[in-house]
Design a protein around this ligand. Sequence first.
Ligand code: PMP
Length: 427
Amino acid sequence: MSSSELSALSPADLTTFVATQRTAYDALKAKELKLDLTRGKPSAAQLDLSEELLSLPNGHTSAAGTDVRNYGGLEGLPELREIFAELLGVEPSQIIAGGNASLTLMSNTLINALLHGAVDSERPWSQEETIKFVCPVPGYDRHFALLESLGIEMVTVPMTDDGPDPVATAALVKDDPSIKGMWIVPTYANPAGSVCTQEVAAALTSMPTAAPDFKIFWDNAYALHHLTAAETKSADVLSLATAAGNPHRPVIFASTSKITFAGSGVAFLAGSVDTIAWYLKHLSKSSIGPDKVNHLRHVQFFKDAAGVRAHMDKHRAIIAPKFAEVQRALTDGLEGRGIAEWTKPAGGYFVSLDVLDGTASRVVELAKGVGVALTPAGASFPHGDDPRDRNIRLAPTMPPLSEVAAAMEVVVTCVLLAAGEKLTSGL
Ligand code: PMP
């Protein structure tokens, strides 16, 4: 135990410590801050990187000579699908390009499985008495909200540094046919930042499941969003699943929301050729074709996969200093105190901060009291319920660097104060 650990302080020193943090907190209040670290949105400077999109496309003709202004081409523009097939490690025949939100593709996939059954289901999922999904935690709050809205129950497994705990997952799914699927954010997970290794992906794609139509919702929202020069490659989930005899198990999602415009990008769904055919069959009832003008504009903007990678380097130059500031503040303020642990992601949009058990809600409340909005405590857990009340998701991309620094000073003070309050409460 290091001497700077709070739990090593005598009761008198602890009381003094709390008083010092309270004074620091009151000084922050006087600054009348109005800062926001809540959501993983790109900053205006990042959106500006894609400004040229607003003056594209030049012309309106696809490589095959079709007029992109017209109906048709439900699977999306082939030349755009080719670029993202390469980037996501699938064949062009295994990917479709849609509208601007991958979340909509996830929702549609679930709803189609409920109403019609998945590509390999015996009957619609809605005919089962109960349906459950495995949710690695901490995880993405909108995944959980979507399941909740559809009446799908959630069972949790721990998110490890290498992806969802494969042993815990395998134990859950092997005897319970009501577990129809699981979420994975494989690369730079939201919020843990962890990367699902090829070994974990192999375990999850090959594990025996009581449900014959078990699905892995492989949400690769941050596949290309590196914070370092090491461009971590995502596990090759489709090849692994195919080799394991479960080719229809993965459904892959991605989008350019954090590559071009969050409000006007392109979303992708990939999977086995049969999965694609299944998705398009249902989509054809609700759409005559996607926004191919936007597809063409993206093709002309990027030109090829290398163009996308080069573009992501520009994002990195803008956001890496913000993540570095988060690390600096947490290290300077909290390291060695025995009250907090946090992730050091090599990509993605978040830092996951675990504070002293039972104090996360208090930290968020304290931060709000001095004008800093944090994601609600518990948001990274199903139903917003963090059983240990310790996890806080930090999202530093949107505010300018100076605001990230100011907000992190608040976070550190609030973590220290809340821990001090908790440790003195039993004195
Ligand atoms: N998946 C994850 C893991 C995300 O973090 C986000 C955005 N916060 C999304 C999906 C949303 O993607 P889209 O904008 O394509 O709907």
